[in-house]
Write a protein that binds this ligand. Structure first.
Ligand SMILES: Nc1ncnc2c1ncn2[C@@H]1O[C@H](COP(=O)(O)OP(=O)(O)OP(=O)(O)O)[C@@H](O)[C@H]1O
Ligand SMILES: Cc1ncc(COP(=O)(O)O)c(N)n1
Length: 265
């Protein structure tokens, strides 16, 4: 049977991040993609102009409709926006304890626009984190979750251990925001640290990198790949997606959702 993946995330009208990036990524991995939309963002490569959250009950109903009928092999979680939405999503995850969950704890867009109510960060940590198989915070998200600044490789190691102790089997702290020549992410599993490194590409076009990485991991899990292998393949996918970005828009442009060279060049 074709592998299936569900993304629970916000819509990006610009097509570069959120639900749109997730579905394009699933497709690149030949995984059948489904969605439960949490919020509509009025967004392009320049920034977020407006956010309209959905009624939490409608978020829950989308998850129910999909799981009841099509079923899913993995779940990716992105922008959740509010505490009531976090609670509804957590309640649904508890009904499906065998399905692997990749949690991208989205808090802000690249330009700084809030995508999560700051009052909901505690619920994200206390309610949702223990239900995740893999969590993929960037540096500011890791700081918010652990309560101390995460700015260096040593901080990443410290933060990863705190998050593992909160009950997440695979912690991937992303180092895209490090002042480093390499784009390095730290994977922590059962106390073992692995640095995943790729050359840092000099580019403006990094909109949706976090969404793409987490949905590529979810696609691998949906295909029953080994989790560490799925994470390293996802890192390769995001690196080449940045390298071949189509250069669209007037701000931080979207990535290429395709393996290898762009078919449009
Ligand atoms: N310029 C770059 N070149 C290569 N890889 C990058 C680059 N920027 C980010 N990455 C990689 O992309 C992935 C996403 O990382 P990042 O830390 O930027 O998180 P993020 O959630 O996308 O942050 P943001 O909210 O700023 O988009 C990571 O694997 C990171 O190492
Ligand atoms: C709807 C939505 N979700 C998430 C992000 C974060 O994007 P990134 O992947 O660059 O961290 C975004 N800008 N918009």
């Amino acid at each position: 049977m074709m592998a299936r993946a569900l993304t629970i995330a916000g819509s990006d009208s610009g097509g570069g991040a959120g639900i749109q990036a997730d579905l394009k990524t699933f497709m690149a991995f030949s995984v059948f993609g489904m969605s439960a939309i949490t919020a509509i963002t009025v967004q392009n490569t320049v920034g977020v102009e407006r956010v309209q959250a959905l009624d939490p009950e409608v978020v829950g109903a989308q998850i129910d409709a999909v799981t009841r009928d099509l079923g899913t092999d993995a779940i990716k979680i992105g922008m959740l926006f509010s505490k009531p939405i976090i609670e509804v999503v957590a309640e649904r995850l508890r009904q499906w304890p065998g399905i692997p969950v990749v949690l991208d704890p989205v808090m802000r867009a690249k330009g700084g626009a809030p995508l999560l109510d700051p009052g909901a960060e505690k619920a994200l940590r206390d309610v949702l984190l223990p239900l995740a198989t893999v969590v993929t915070p960037n540096l500011p998200e890791a700081s918010a979750l652990v309560g101390f600044p995460v700015q260096t490789r040593a901080d990443m190691q410290k933060a990863a251990h705190v998050l593992e102790n909160l009950g997440v089997p695979f912690v991937l702290v992303k180092g895209g925001h490090l002042a480093d020549e390499e784009a390095v992410d730290l994977l922590l599993h059962e106390g073992r640290e692995t640095w995943l490194s790729a050359p840092r590409i000099e580019t403006l076009h990094t909109h949706g990198t976090g969404c793409t990485l987490s949905s590529a991991i979810a696609a691998g899990l949906a295909r029953h790949d080994n989790i560490e292998q799925a994470i390293s393949t996802a890192k390769e996918y995001v690196t080449q997606a940045i390298r071949h970005a189509p250069g669209l828009g007037h701000g931080h442009g979207p990535l290429l959702h395709h393996w290898g060279q762009s078919p449009w060049i």
